[in-house]
Design a protein around this ligand. Sequence first.
Ligand code: ATP
Ligand code: MG
Length: 201
Amino acid sequence: MIDSARAERHRNRMQRQKEVVDAAIAKADRVQGLLLVHTGNGKGKSSSAFGMIARALGHGLRVGVAQFIKGRSDTGEEAFFRQQKNVTWHVLGEGFTWDTQDLERDIATAQRGWSVVQKMLRDPALDLIVLDELTYPLKFGWLDTAAVIHDLKNRPPMQHVVITGRAAPDALCDAADTVTEMNDIKHAFRAGIQAQKGIDL
Ligand code: ATP
Ligand code: MG
């Protein structure tokens, strides 16, 4: 049995909290396209971005995806989202740099990939664009970070962009509206467990 003094304290605390939350909600009165960055060494950067694709499709929005670096095309998310009529999916990487071992080719592939992204960034019919693993071509210098930020800033005002990948450059985080760093506390791979369908790919 909860005594009435405790119930009263709880009610007062919740009332104060509601005032704070309501004031914060009232203060956020702008509507605009957002730039989000998911970085850090922990798992969840790409899967969170793909979760936003599901949200967007649920609202009838149109989505474009560009995957950098990874040439593999056997992920569950690609198989699923390619079936959705409002999704356009591009795989722009040829594989990891230690697979291709050809710098000039990696640079040319990244730049060809960015020109595909530039077309999406000029298309106001696309409501959400996911640039998966874009941080790697930036980190390796295959794409010029300042030029990429310039193109991002000049996108249609209502278009949302989500960028994933480890070691996001500071300038990109500065340009973003929402930045999340996934913190690696533990990962099953290091205990010798293979990547699992539905969890890792
Ligand atoms: P996910 O796609 O699962 O959201 P991610 O995008 O955050 O992961 P990436 O760096 O793109 O992480 O790595 C993709 C793959 O590597 C996934 O199979 C993921 O489970 C695995 N992975 C992610 N973080 C780690 C880690 N800290 N140690 C080992 N493997 C990891
Ligand atoms: Mg990823």
